[in-house]
Design a protein around this ligand. Sequence first.
Ligand SMILES: *[C@@H]1O[C@H](CO)[C@@H](O)[C@H](O)[C@H]1NC(C)=O
Ligand SMILES: *[C@@H]1O[C@H](CO)[C@@H](O)[C@H](O)[C@H]1NC(C)=O
Length: 254
Amino acid sequence: MSPLKLFSCRLILTLSVFTLAESANEYHTTRRLRCIYNSPDLSDMVYIESYYFNKYLFTQFNSTLGNYVGFSEYGMRVAEFWNNDTTLMQSTRATLDTFCKHNAQIYDSIIRNKAVKPKVKLSAAKWAGGRHPAVLMCSAFEFYPPHIKVSWLRDGKLMTSEVTSTMEMADGDWYYQIHSELEYTPKSGEKISCMVEHASSTQPMIYDWDPSLPESERNKIAIGASGLVLGIVLGAAGLIYYKKKSSGRILVPN
Ligand SMILES: *[C@@H]1O[C@H](CO)[C@@H](O)[C@H](O)[C@H]1NC(C)=O
Ligand SMILES: *[C@@H]1O[C@H](CO)[C@@H](O)[C@H](O)[C@H]1NC(C)=O
């Protein structure tokens, strides 16, 4: 019988005793496997195998140490027993490569490389007037994965005060959105930018605020301009139509 099986048998025995004594409660034993890493080349990856009884961690394997460690009298006995088993230790130590790195490479290719770049919108939530500071809103939409950082720059320098951010919010379709507000007193000649950092881009994405016109004014100009273009197009079409008609007509003298 392998030590793992022996161990589970012992726990089941313990469990049934407890269940008899206190039937209103449930008891849980948990084996939790974690592969933790930050570096894309997986060089800093650590494999952690933890054993819990309810919320108490009693034995853990950490690939950096290469051994099981116990955190209670029973946990230490289990650790000692497993550390003594060369076959088990060989396979546990190999887990970092055979399980963690192996799967991480697969996940990388199917999930991490599927990052979707956010659509970023910079808008004025409130215009400065009298003593009121202005409020700008930087919104990032439809990005994946959820981890993102939105910050504000004034002339290229990070602004820290008067910034409020929401959490990443799930759209429910694997995409996320986030909103960040900046309250500030505008100064002439300065440049305010919103900086978005996300897995979809190796460089921070920087969006400069253009305070030259209020948004409603800009919309009016856009509508006016498109009206003018439409007018010119229609006028030109009418002229061409008229020319064609008149050239095609046989003029019968009276
Ligand atoms: C694993 O062990 C290393 C070295 O002792 C330590 O720095 C690291 O925090 C441990 N990891 C965990 C999750 O306990
Ligand atoms: C470790 O293994 C040896 C031989 O395989 C055995 O004699 C010894 O009792 C074991 N020690 C523990 C703590 O299990």
